[in-house]
Design a protein around this ligand. Structure first.
Ligand SMILES: Cc1cc2nc3c(=O)[nH]c(=O)nc-3n(C[C@H](O)[C@H](O)[C@H](O)COP(=O)(O)OP(=O)(O)OC[C@H]3O[C@@H](n4cnc5c(N)ncnc54)[C@H](O)[C@@H]3O)c2cc1C
Length: 400
């Protein structure tokens, strides 16, 4: 399809002023789609977001994955993530640092954005010096604000040494209150002229790309459909990593209020074949007065209809309490909500690339347990890929 706006657009101001600014259709209203939308809008593109579900400002049983995220910024490979090659790991590190910078900026206005910067403590059952991957990670993180590698952190933070914890380090890390943050993203996009459509697409996107572009007057399409990329991109490498979060209060009434996050791998390295999914524990302060407790990672499980009575969830609750004894004051009745979400994992790591068959279709999915962490980095890279197309229409024109 021919581009309608013709002229070479050599800077973003020109884009902004142009009545004919190119339009991008984004499929997916989760953190990946919405951050991509905001980044494109900031550069002057016009954007339509199409999604079957959006995040809700009020508590609803049908939350999208991006609302259920623990939403802790984590350096790759994340506790429940891994990378199958060096290139993917290096790319992820760039996305991660882009995200750190952006979330730090947003944390200056936490009330409005829902982004916070807090101490994040990682505990280990072996000395970090004996864990090559962790040692490398720690050495890459030691420039971050608040960095400290010190076994004293174990006693200072009151975790249970009987669980085998022998080492720990900490640093300041961004964390997001997903309900507030998703609403902030929507508002930013709406204020910048984003059009929102409620719809559900079925089948391969590449087969319907021309019709969709025509219908939504778009020149390019972003596929940010998370787990649905299995169908929309025909990608068999996409699969769910089911996770659970227990929401409890953090108002000082049942134990002293926690202002830092805690995370430990129960096993040395994340093991995807562990069907029970009890591979790590995390405790995350959320907003002003909530704690999110979690850690389950169950591969290939699709059912989200679980309660506290599901044995692995009960086991997870016990493990969290065992790890951090002050939580023993919390009983079943103190669990305000059991949140079950499906991390959109992909065997070949995150897919951020143009479709090889349909060049006006860009894929941005498969972020697994790191979608919030990578959201800004991926959006920045994706928007640069789009800039390249529109700066050199003579090269790309025929392909579009
Ligand atoms: C328990 C848990 C803990 C997590 N902890 C962290 C963490 O600490 N840090 C971190 O960075 N990440 C974390 N994550 C991962 C993070 O939540 C995901 O990586 C991220 O939310 C993925 O975002 P997304 O926008 O790709 O997908 P989603 O949020 O699933 O959004 C997909 C969007 O696409 C739309 N869509 C899907 N199919 C269609 C269709 N057919 N037609 C139209 N629209 C469609 C959906 O309606 C939705 O709007 C966690 C996840 C879970 C479940």
């Amino acid at each position: 399809m021919a581009l309608q706006f013709g002229r070479t657009l050599d800077n973003t101001r020109k884009l902004k002023n142009s009545q004919k600014a190119p339009r991008v259709l984004i499929i997916g209203g989760g953190v990946v789609g919405m951050t991509s939308a905001l980044q494109l809008l900031n550069k002057g593109y016009k954007v339509t977001v199409l999604a079957k579900e959006y995040a809700s400002p009020v508590s609803s049983g049908k939350r999208i994955t991006s609302e259920i995220a623990g939403a802790l910024w984590e350096w790759p490979p994340a506790v429940c993530g891994r990378h199958t090659n060096e290139k993917s790991l290096e790319r992820a590190k760039v996305w991660c640092m882009d995200g750190y910078a952006k979330f730090m900026e947003l944390a200056m206005n936490s009330k409005e954005t829902g982004a916070f910067l807090r101490q994040s403590i990682f505990y280990f059952k072996d000395k970090v010096n004996n864990l090559p991957q962790q040692l490398e990670k720690m050495n890459e993180l030691n420039h971050l604000p608040g960095f400290r590698h010190d076994v004293k952190l174990i006693d200072e933070t009151g975790v249970n040494t009987d669980t085998g914890v022998v080492d720990a380090y900490q640093h300041m890390a961004p964390m997001v209150d997903t309900v507030t943050y998703m609403q902030w993203l929507y508002k930013q996009c709406r204020d910048k002229g984003c059009r929102f459509v409620h719809d559900e697409i079925h089948g391969l996107l590449r087969d319907q790309a021309e019709d969709l572009k025509k219908k939504y007057k778009a020149q390019l399409i972003f596929n940010c459909s998370g787990l649905s990329a299995k169908e929309l991109a025909g990608d068999e490498d996409v699969y769910p990593l089911r996770g659970v979060i227990l929401k409890v209060r953090n108002d000082g009434s049942l134990m002293p209020k926690l202002n830092h996050s805690m995370c430990i791998s129960i096993i040395k390295e994340f093991d995807e074949s562990d069907k029970e999914g009890q591979s790590f524990v995390f405790i995350l302060p959320r907003g002003d007065d909530k704690l999110w407790l979690g850690g389950m990672v169950q591969p290939h499980q699709w059912d989200r209809d679980l309660t506290l009575d599901y044995p692995p969830i009960r086991k997870m609750f016990e493990k969290v309490k065992e790890f951090y004894p002050p939580l023993r004051n919390y009983g079943d009745d103190d669990v305000e909500e059991v949140l079950v979400g499906l991390r959109p994992a992909r065997h070949g790591n995150v897919r951020l690339e143009w479709d090889p068959v349909c060049p006006s279709l860009l894929h941005n999915y498969g972020h697994g347990g790191s979608g919030v962490t990578f959201s800004w980095g991926c959006a920045i890279e994706a928007s640069a890929m789009v800039d390249r197309v529109f700066k050199r229409p003579q090269i790309y024109l025929s392909k579009l």
